[in-house]
Design a protein around this ligand. Sequence first.
Ligand SMILES: [Zn+2]
Ligand SMILES: [Zn+2]
Length: 278
Amino acid sequence: MRLKFYGTRGSIPVCDSGFQQFGGNTTCLQITFTDTNRVAIIDAGTGIRNLGRDLRAMGHKQDQIFIAFTHFHWDHIQGFPFFPQAYDPGQKITLLTLSREQTVTDLREIFEVQMQEEYFPVQLDRMGATFEFLQVAEASRHFTTINNVPTVVSTQRHNHPGGAYSFRIERNGKVLVVCTDVEHGDQIDQRLVELARGADLLVHDAQYTAEELQKRRGWGHSSFDQAMQVAEMAGVKRLALTHHDPEHDDEFLQRMENLCRERFPDVVLAREGMEIQL
Ligand SMILES: [Zn+2]
Ligand SMILES: [Zn+2]
């Protein structure tokens, strides 16, 4: 598996200079299954626009593209109307939730509403691509049949306003865990530690410093310290911190990365365009 960060910013895109080294686009991750050369996408923040352009530039053709959603806050769906492949009549796009505990009842409606004419000029049914909306309870079974390679996908609902989901993807002996938009509370969420157990790479929310987190209780995010704590408790090999706060500029994030490395040597702060091979 190979992971590429197309969006690392939390909450809202940031265009200002001094922020572009870590990136201004909101959450979007591309997973490439290198054995089959198929890609899957997690979240459609504004980074999905560049993801789509890159796929085109590479001549990557895939009859069906999957986009799985951690949740549907703006910063995780805002790029969807600008995903070039969504305008291709020959393209099938499957949007999906993965969890038995999912509380979203009508997935199509979320995107229809986002693109109703009061908000956007082109409506969902006029975009061009063929859309499929799937709410999958047993993710593992689903992906195994699609890719023909045993792929185990586990999910965990975690604390975030409106609910959000962490994913664990195991394939060919490698484990990727994505855990963003999570607020642990006073204790680290033990269920997430179990989900991340032994991962080769954990991608974790680190929007705030410990001090900032005190003032942002109930906003649904983690501190740098908490992310490292999860990584330590779960014994993960590498840690990538993401969902950077829109107020944190490059200089600040670079300083935080240096500090984090003193505690957890194999940690990076995710940068837009960064690729990690598992
Ligand atoms: Zn978010
Ligand atoms: Zn959120």
